[in-house]
Structure formats: structure tokens, C-alpha cells
Design a protein around this ligand. Sequence first.
Ligand code: SF4
Length: 616
Amino acid sequence: MKMDKKKLESLFLQVQKPARYTGGEWNSVQKNAADMAVRFAFCFPDLYEVGMSHLGMKILYGLYNAQDDVWCERVFQPDTDMETLMRKNEIPLFGLESRDPIADFDFIGFTLQYELSFTGVLNMLDLAGVPLRSSERDERYPLVVGGGPCACNPEPMADFFDFFILGEGEEVNLEVNELYKKHKNAGYCKAAFLREAAQIGGVYVPSLYDVTYHEDGTVAAVTAKDGAPAVVRKRIVKDLDSMYFPEYFVVPYMGIVHDRAMSEIFRGCIRGCRFCQAGFIYRPVREKSVDTIDRQSRALCDSTGYEEFSLSSLSTSDYTQLETLLPRLLEWAEPQHTNMSLPSLRVDGFSEELANQLNVLRRSGLTFAPEAGTQRLRDAINKNVTENEIMETVSKAFHGGWSAVKLYFMLGLPTETEEDVVGIARLAHRVVDVYYQIPDRPKGRGVTVSVSASCFVPKPFTPFQWEPQDTMEQLHEKQRLLSSSVTTRKISLSWHDAQTSFLEGVLARGDRRLCAVIESAYKKGCKLDAWSEHFHFDVWMDTIREYGLDPAFYANRRRDENELFPWDHLDYGVTKRFLWRENQKAHKSCTTPHCRLQCSGCGASDFGGGVCFESR
Ligand code: SF4
């Protein structure tokens, strides 16, 4: 494909934030294209500042570029000003490192982090000059591959991708690369490559599966063909200490959402909160050792010059060696004035010790996620924290000098009643009271309690995959009730928009019939859907109905225990039987202990590693 790089450069001065498009950042990788066996375009279907904050992209970028004959480049969705200029000047979508058109690469890979980025995939393929549908792309085009959490139900995007990687990509991506090189040397045929790729564990080739539907719209059968496995199982990396982890990050020239070094401390989560997809699809928990985290964090700070790094995981305080790790990290971080942040702290994991150690770090606002306002509902969602624990924790934080606390809740959780909604406000009022009970609180400083209430979206591979999502009317009613229950200015309230959550709900549990809907909505102008200024709810709803589908069928319908789900031929380790058991326990407000207290037999021990084999 032709690319006028001079013309491209002239566009940089005509757009907002040109640093999104120029490339050339510190630690970005340059290679000689002519020497490469594989060129990989790693695409994040959202803006630069969002994608550049994503740890998974940094890992795979480093992993690919550590191979001598592979060059991986970063690609983001341009903002509308740049997109307009690119289309007007016939500049195809390009890799930031080489500024070559990605249509000339071997692979175009997308990470699917959230459903509202689906149209971003189509927009980027279109900008690249690559046909949207896999069936319209022959050997002249790159292979289009997807991964990330939304690949656990990739069916609404099945027609656009050649294959998906299920689970963790560190090992399987390299296996796919080797296979591709073999096919390239032997005279590449796309269909033959895909048939053989489907035999690699964790590789799902949607075109090798036929889906039929019952008259009521539910899935009747998913049938594998051409030797593809009937069920595709996700991949995990068993030993995180020997796993590749980059010791450098590309350092942006502009502000991004999370502009700091990030050190992954473990994968998975022991907890089993019933609403949380990540808590199930990343099982089992596997930890890195203190030595590994220390070495990798230090190397990252040295190579980037970052003055802040965060410890990344789903629940930082569940790291078993935290009290050894923190002093180890502070030993070198403190003298060089490097700040450490610990996101994802659980309320019950905030010990006095931890509070003291955090005190020497930058004192930013603390966030906790009780998720529900009453004990009954917290038990139903298996959020094993009590009101007393929450109060003790905020009290410790206030004693430690904090005066701002953010509390995260969800509205629309299964079994929720008015009492639960009012309970959110009641709990926030109690937190305010705790602050004013502290005798030596800072003079003249008030407390700020920020309550953020998102709308619950039932997701595949969770115990709530059978549950109806609240309708938008129900959610609006609950938002009004919550708002009227807050009676002090010390509590600030914010919530997610119910319309975007509704669309997320439709797409999350969608099937292949939504592919045509997504394509049509995109062609009518839907893109950057996660940005409220670009979100066109009515266009989406009209388009779904144009295709004879009902959005409520996907979002607001209670599923029968034995319904075949569009994602049932994909295996993320947790069994459907276990998830149903958890669903039934939720309706009885009955909790399940976490993995380190007792194994509940979720199925993930079949992977042969991690917490399942720790002695209890
Ligand atoms: S098999 Fe048991 S220990 Fe392992 S992840 Fe599942 S519940 Fe936890």
C-alpha cells in the first residue's frame, strides 16, 4: 500500500495532541523492516492516551520485539480530527514506529478490553484499507487476531476476526508466530494456516464453527468443522517468575491515563466476587516472588525514569508476601523519591502496618469498593467484607491522615432491593461520622466521601451470566432513590450512564447475529462509543431492531439453567456447574470462602498450578 510520509508529517501540525501520532518515544523499538520475518501491528481500539496505559500491550510489545525476526508496532485509534485528515489525504492507518501502512503487515492484533471498543476495531480496519470481514480478506491481507477479556465471548465480533487467543498470550502468541513462519516459507495459504492454528491450545478460529439457533433466538448448537476442537480452552502461564516481563516501557511525550511504571505482582483472584468477570476468567491465582517483583520494578523505573510505579493485580492486599515486598521496594524507591501506588486494595486487607507503610508514600485519595450498601447484598455477591471492617478501615485511613475516601458501589445487582440502595447512602453517612469522631483530626479540614455507583452488567463466565440486567428505567429509579437518600454535602455522588451500560450488556452476552448490527452501526457513524460525546444510543437501538433483534433479549432476559450460551464452546477453566452453584448461593445470600481458606472446586485446578496446589 502506498504511503506518503511527508504528507503524513504535514498533518501532525494540524491536529490536537500530535504526540498521539508521531511515534519516536523513549524506548520505542526500531528495527529494519527488510530483515523481519513477521511484522505485527498491535492495535488498541481507542485513543493513544487510553491504550498507552494498558499493561497487556506493554508486555506483548516487549515480548514480540525480543524476537530477532519480529517487529511489533503500536497502533491506536486516531481522534476524529486526525481521522478526517487521514481520510481526506488518503493516509492509511500506520504503525507508530515505522509509519508504514499496517495493511502491509503480517498480523493486525487487537486487544478487546471493553465491549464499547468493538466499533473501534472496525474503524481501524477500515482506516487501514483492510476489508472488515474475515471472509473478504484473502492472502493479500494481514491476519486479524483478537485477545483480551472480551475474547471470552468474542461471538459478536466473530465475523471480523480470523482468530482469537483465549487467555494469557505470552506463550501461545510465539507458537502462532512459529507456525505462521513455517506456512510463509512453504507458500502461505490462509485457510490452511487457520486450520492448523486451530490445533494450538488457546487458539479459536470462529470460521471453523457453525452456529444454529432455536426459534426463540437462543443458541441451538455450535458445531466445529475441519478438525477444529469442539471446545477451545484458554491458556495460562503457570510460572510467572520465569515468564517474560518487559524491563522497559515506551515513555509517552504527552499525558496519558496511567503515566507510570507498573509491576504485575500476581494474576487471578482468590475471592470469587460473583459479579466480577476478571475474578473468574483469570483463575487460578499465581504469584510472582518478591525477588522477581523487586528486580522488575527497579529495572522499569531505571529504564523509564518514571518517578512513580504501581503494583498491579486484581486485589493487591491479597499478595501473600506484601509485608515483605513493601519494605524491599521502599529500600530503593524512597531514597530516589520514587512514589509507589497500591491500587485495588481490599477493605479487609488494609492493615495498620500497611497504613503506616503507605504513609511514607504520596498521600493521595484512598479508594475502597464495598460494592453494595447492605450486608445481605454483599453476601449475595460474595463480597466478603463486613460493615465493621469497612468502618475500621476508613477509621485507620483517617487516623493515618487521609481525609478523602472514594467508595465504589454498583446499582442493579441481582436480588437488589430499595433497602440495598438506601444502604449505600447510609454507609457513606457512617463513613462521614467516623471522620468526625477522630479527636485529633486536622483542624479546618473537612472530609470528602465520593460515592461512585456504576450500573451492574452481567458478564459471561460469572455466576450472574444467567441473570437479567436491570432495565434503564429501573436503574434511573434507583439513581433517583440514592440521590434523595444523601443528605450531606460531604458526600458527592456520581454514576455511570445507564445507556452505555445497557449497550455493554447487549454486547457482553451477544451472539454472532450482532456482527451485522455492529458493522451497520459503525457504518452509520458509531465509533469511540466509550466517549459520551461520540455515543449514539438511538442509532444503536434502531440498528439492533432493524436486524430483527431485541436488545432486551440479550440484556434483560433471565436465562434458563440449561440454556446453551454463545460462549459455551470456550473453556476458561471454571465449570458451568460451579458457576450455577454460585448463582444459587447468591439467591440465598450464602457466601463462598476464598481459595486460600477452602477450595470450592471451580475447575481451574485442571491447569495444574497456582493457588489450587498451595497447602492450606
Ligand atoms: S480449584 Fe479451588 S483453589 Fe483453584 S481456583 Fe478453583 S476454587 Fe480456587
